[in-house]
Design a protein around this ligand. Structure first.
Ligand code: 5RP
Length: 224
């Protein structure tokens, strides 16, 4: 099986959580694309979707799912999204697709956050790949200097403009032993819109596609 097969397996597994009358929060990325593909078979039973990016909105519209403005609802019943990394406490790094801020807003609105992942995304310590940070353009150099003080190697992600008109700085070579503290510290740097650490609001469930089938990690069971 290829990584895409595992992504598809994870995306499809999330469909069982989609129930009649629900408002569905939809994330961004290749794994969630498979979830969107499957959602077309449930489009007549849901109220609609709150989308985390222009690309997901376009995919959802194409299959006839109505888009609900996040300002018009108080919550989404479930939020389904991919991850770049997750740890045993279901804390995550997200933002590989540069949609982290809208993703974090919808995660905050979600009654249940269902993360979908293949095995490459499971880590013991967050920071294995890089940590994305959305930054307003005029603050780039200042934020990069401040991020260096936290111990990582920040790099501007070239040629990427977020849906909010901002830039992404990716921080490499971090070992994140205290994710909630680092999330708070980075979010307090002026010019940062948000960091792609989802520690204060971890996933409620991770559906992990493996050679053995879907493994379910449930927040309460893994909280330490
Ligand atoms: C987008 C994200 C994605 O969910 C994350 O990058 C995972 O992507 P993929 O499913 O393509 O591996 O956070 O901002």
């Amino acid at each position: 099986m290829t990584w895409n097969d595992f992504k598809k397996m994870a995306g499809m597994a999330a469909l069982e959580y989609v129930k009649e009358g629900m408002i569905i929060g939809v994330g961004t990325g290749s794994t969630v694309s498979y979830f969107i593909d499957g959602l077309k078979y449930k489009k007549n039973i849901i109220r609609g979707a709150v989308s985390s990016s222009i690309s997901s909105t376009n995919k959802l519209r194409k299959i006839g799912i109505s888009i609900i403005d996040s300002n018009d609802v108080d919550y989404v019943d479930i939020y389904v999204d991919g991850v770049d990394e997750f740890n045993k406490n279901l804390m995550m790094i997200k933002g590989g697709g540069a949609a982290l801020t809208r993703e974090k807003v919808i995660a905050g609105m979600a009654k249940k956050f269902i993360a979908i992942a293949d095995e490459s995304k499971k880590v013991s310590i967050l920071g294995k790949s890089s940590l994305p940070v959305e930054v307003i353009p005029m603050a780039k150099s200042y934020v990069i200097r401040e991020l260096k003080k936290l111990g990582g190697i920040p790099r501007h992600r070239k040629h990427v403009v977020t849906d909010n008109g901002n830039i992404i700085v990716d921080v490499y070579h971090l070992k994140i032993f205290n994710p909630t503290l680092l999330e708070d510290k980075i979010n307090s740097i002026a010019g940062v819109i948000t960091v792609g650490l989802f520690a204060n609001r971890p996933a409620d469930i991770v559906l992990l596609a493996t050679h053995r089938g879907i493994e379910r990690f449930i927040y309460d069971e893994y909280k330490s």
